[in-house]
Design a protein around this ligand. Structure first.
Ligand code: F0G
Length: 365
C-alpha cells in the first residue's frame, strides 16, 4: 500500500521482460558466441476471441497469438534476435536476406541494433508500404529484384556462398531456434499445447519452428502437441498443389512464395501432427482480415490466412472444433500494409467547422 518508491523500482526490475533469449536461452540451440541482440521481442499476448468462435460454430476456445505486437510488427523478430545475435557474435560485417517485407524490416532493425550493415532483396513492386518504410528507416540497403521472392532468395543464397555475408533467411537454423519460443509461450500461457494451431505458410520456416518448439516442450514438460493447420494463399500454394508455383500471386504479399525453402519440413510437420496444409482464397483471407479488425485486431492480410483456413475447415465439416482449444497465429500487424485498406476506403465525409453541419451528418438521416 505505502511501498516506498525504491521498492517499486526494485519490483519493476525483477519483473521486467528482457527478450526471448534472456527468457528461454537455455532451451535454444545457439552457439556460445551468440550475443544477446534484443529489442525485447516476444512475450506477445494470447487474446481470446469468443465472439468469432461463436460465429464459427461455437463451443470451443479460440485465441489469437498476436505476433504483430513484436518490436518491428511481425514474428520475424523472434528469429532475428537469434540469427543476428549469432552473426554479430562471430563478428560478421554484414547480414543479407531476401524478403517479402517483414524479414527485411526485422533484419534491418536487429542489424542496426548490433551495428551491422544490412542488405535486403525484395521482389519489385510487391512489398507493402509499412515493411519497405521500416527497412529503410532502420537503415538497410534495399535492392529490388525484377522477379519473385523465390528469385531473390536464390540470389542471396548464391551471394552468401561467395562472400562473408551472414544469411538471415529462415534457411538459417538459428532463425528457427528463436521462432520456436512462440510455441513455448503458448504452452506457458495455456498450461499445455492447444488442440489445433493454425497459421499462414509462406517460406515454411515458421510452421517448422512451431513444430520444433511444441515437440521440445512436450519432451521437457509433457505439454502435448497441437495438430497443425498451415494455410497458404490459393494463388501461391505449392504445398497444397504438390509442385512449385512459377508465378505465385496473392493479395497477401507476405506469403507470395512459390518454392518454400522449408516446404518438405512443413509437410512432414503437418503430417506428423495429424494436421494438414490447405489453401484459402484472397477473398476468404480479406474477409477474415475485416472480421478480425471487428474484434479490434488489425492484422496484415497474410496474418488472417490461418483463421480463414480454420473457418473453411469448420464450414466444410472437416474439422470439429467442439470442446477444443484452438490458437490462430496472427503473424504481422495491419499497419504493415495500410494500402490494402486505404485503397478500398469509401470517400470520407467532410464538414465545415460548424456544429449543425456535424449534427446533420452524424445524427440525422
Ligand atoms: N506471415 C507473415 C506476416 C509473413 O511475413 C510471413 C513470411 C509468413 C506469414 C510466413 O512465414 O515464411 O515462415 O512460412 N514472410 C517472409 C518475409 C517470407 O520475407 O518477410 P514463413
Amino acid at each position: 500500500m505505502h511501498t516506498p518508491r525504491t521498492n517499486i523500482a526494485l519490483e519493476w526490475g525483477a519483473m521486467s521482460y528482457l527478450g526471448l533469449i534472456h527468457r528461454y536461452g537455455p532451451l535454444l540451440d545457439l552457439p556460445r558466441h551468440c550475443l544477446e541482440i534484443t529489442l525485447h521481442e516476444g512475450n506477445t499476448p494470447l487474446i481470446p476471441i469468443p465472439r468469432l468462435a461463436d460465429e464459427m460454430g461455437g463451443s470451443f476456445d479460440l485465441y489469437v497469438k498476436y505476433e504483430g505486437l513484436n518490436p518491428t510488427g511481425s514474428f520475424k523478430d523472434r528469429g532475428m534476435t537469434a540469427a543476428i545475435g549469432e552473426a554479430a557474435g562471430r563478428k560478421a560485417q554484414a547480414v543479407i536476406c531476401a524478403s517479402t517485407g517483414n524479414t527485411a524490416a526485422s533484419a534491418a532493425a536487429y542489424a542496426a541494433r548490433a551495428g551491422l550493415r544490412a542488405i535486403v532483396l525484395i521482389p519489385q513492386g510487391k512489398v507493402a508500404t509499412g515493411k519497405l518504410a521500416g527497412a529503410i528507416a532502420y537503415g538497410a540497403q534495399v535492392v529490388q529484384v525484377a522477379g519473385s521472392f523465390d528469385d531473390a532468395l536464390k540470389l542471396v543464397v548464391q551471394l552468401s556462398e561467395n562472400y562473408p555475408l551472414a544469411l538471415v533467411n529462415s534457411i538459417n537454423p538459428f532463425r528457427l531456434e528463436g521462432q520456436k519460443t512462440a510455441a513455448f509461450e503458448i504452452c506457458d500461457t495455456l498450461g499445455k499445447a492447444p488442440d489445433w494451431l493454425c497459421l499462414p505458410v509462406g517460406n515454411a520456416g515458421n510452421i517448422s519452428a512451431y513444430w520444433l518448439g511444441f515437440q521440445q516442450y512436450d519432451r521437457l514438460k509433457n505439454t502435448g502437441a497441437p495438430h497443425l493447420l498451415g494455410v497458404q494463399a490459393a494463388g501461391a500454394a505449392p504445398l497444397v498443389q504438390g509442385h512449385p508455383i512459377m508465378e505465385p500471386e496473392t493479395i497477401a504479399t507476405a506469403i507470395r512464395i512459390g518454392r518454400p525453402a522449408r516446404g518438405e519440413e512443413a509437410l512432414a510437420a503437418a503430417d506428423e501432427s495429424g494436421g494438414r496444409i490447405l489453401a484459402a482464397t484472397d477473398a476468404e483471407i480479406l474477409a477474415m482480415q475485416r472480421r478480425l479488425a471487428g474484434e479490434g485486431i488489425w492484422v496484415e492480410p497474410a496474418s488472417a490466412a490461418g483463421l480463414a483456413g480454420l473457418a473453411k475447415e469448420i464450414r466444410a465439416g472437416s474439422l470439429d472444433p467442439t470442446g477444443k482449444q484452438i490458437v490462430a497465429v496472427c503473424t504481422g500487424h495491419g499497419l504493415k500494409d495500410p494500402d490494402i485498406i486505404t485503397s478500398q476506403m469509401p470517400k470520407l465525409a467532410r464538414v465545415p467547422i460548424n456544429l449543425n453541419a456535424l449534427e446533420k451528418l452524424l445524427l440525422i438521416d
